[in-house]
Design a protein around this ligand. Structure first.
Ligand SMILES: Nc1ncnc2c1ncn2[C@@H]1O[C@H](COP(=O)(O)OP(=O)(O)OP(=O)(O)O)[C@@H](O)[C@H]1O
Ligand SMILES: [Mg+2]
Length: 367
């Protein structure tokens, strides 16, 4: 039987799960190089570092941290058009390769797209993925194997809806929390690059009240990076700031910089912008029952954001890294959609249908 997999390809991180294991890696890839000093490198790092290296369509790539460290020619694109066309396939297959137990396996995949690009790229993404893919996987020891990834079904859903599915459904895709099936809930998904706003009305995606803005955590990181540039003249790449911001300091050319004050200022400003966007686009949705904050950026900004939002906030669930709530929801949605096909008796009770999770309202403004 095909394995159901959820993949959330964010601008910051790619997240993947088969319902049992989760993997997260930075959404960066680059040309694979031959390690000249392989032995010493491996000796030091093999234990703690993930090694993701795939060969696809006659090219060889390092993915995630490995690309960040080793590739001279790194791709870290924040441009959505290029993102979908070139990066998505590499990152999605790299993600699936992490879930492979054998050299040949077949999958059904649920993948999310940002709200603002959902309609435009949905079919392109489906067609690109729904195929049989041959790739080479090389492990940290340099051992290479050929694998075949078969993808029989692809379902694309608007990214933040993953977090609603996560709350609505249990691990086998059956309704868990009825609240999400009957209420009108606003979702704010704060990622690295974007913030997505959407409304789940009785577990249906509503295109009205949905918006993607560029107010992701990277906005705050830009402020921090520019301050660092002023202080020491070094351009720190944004994706290198995660750990520094988390720990509150960074070392540049041997000198330590305290980042706490500037982080607080930058986060406060970003939260104010996000809240004002939410209050504006949902101005007419006064019948909304509650607001849910999600995404990796949601966990760091929630404290700043809550006092600024108009409405009841659904408390953040601390059971999982906040970056993973969407992808866990995609997996549950896949179980709801595909696992139940095998047992038709259960379909009458389906809390959601494909349309409801996806473009329920898409046709309305087409006509
Ligand atoms: N353990 C962690 N490591 C790194 N970043 C974390 C961690 N926990 C939370 N974060 C925050 O999560 C953010 C990324 O969140 P997320 O993975 O949801 O973004 P994304 O989906 O990649 O981006 P986008 O939605 O814009 O495409 C980071 O900017 C960081 O602030
Ligand atoms: Mg995201």
């Amino acid at each position: 039987m095909d394995t159901i997999i959820g993949i959330d390809i964010g601008f910051g991180f790619t997240k993947v799960t088969d319902g049992k294991r989760f993997e997260v890696f930075k959404s960066i890839y680059g040309e694979a190089i031959d390690f000249q000093f392989k032995e010493s490198l491996l000796h030091q790092n093999a234990e703690q570092d993930e090694h993701i290296q795939i060969d696809l369509d006659d090219a060889s790539y390092f993915v995630g941290e490995l690309a960040e460290r080793q590739s001279s020619n790194r791709q870290f694109t924040l441009d959505q058009t290029q993102f979908v066309a070139t990066s998505t396939k590499i990152l999605a297959l790299a993600a699936i390769s992490r879930m492979m137990k054998t050299n040949q396996a077949s999958f059904k995949v649920v993948v999310g797209l940002p709200i603002g690009h959902y309609r435009q790229y949905k079919s392109e993404l489906e067609n690109m993925l729904r195929q049989s893919h041959k790739l080479g996987i090389t492990n940290a020891k340099g051992e290479r194997k050929e694998v075949v990834i078969g993808i029989s079904e692809v379902s694309v859903i608007p990214q933040p809806i993953g977090s609603v599915m996560d709350r609505l459904l249990n691990d086998v895709g059956k309704a868990a929390d009825q609240r999400f099936a009957i209420e009108k809930i606003g979702v704010i998904d704060i990622g690295f690059r974007t913030s997505d706003y959407t409304i789940s009305d009785k577990a249906r995606y509503s295109e009205r009240g949905s918006l993607t803005t560029q107010n992701g955590i990277s906005k705050a990181f830009e402020v921090i990076a520019s301050k660092l540039k002023d202080s020491c003249g070094v351009n720190v790449e944004l994706y290198r700031l995660f750990d520094a911001v988390e720990s509150g300091s960074i070392k540049i050319r041997g000198k330590g910089f305290d980042l706490r004050k500037i982080t607080q200022v930058a986060f406060q400003q970003l939260a104010a912008n996000i809240a004002s966007d939410a209050n504006r686009i949902w101005n007419d949705d006064w019948d909304m029952d509650a607001i849910m904050i999600t995404g990796g950026g949601g966990s760091v900004l929630a404290a700043y954001l809550q006092p600024l939002l108009e409405g009841v906030i659904i408390p953040i669930e601390q059971d999982l890294d906040y970056r993973l709530h969407n992808v866990r929801g995609y997996h549950k949605y896949g179980c709801n959609r595909w696992a139940s096909a095998a047992s038709p008796a259960s379909t009458a009770k389906q809390p959601i249908s494909e349309d409801s999770a996806t473009d329920e309202n898409a046709n309305k403004d087409d006509t």
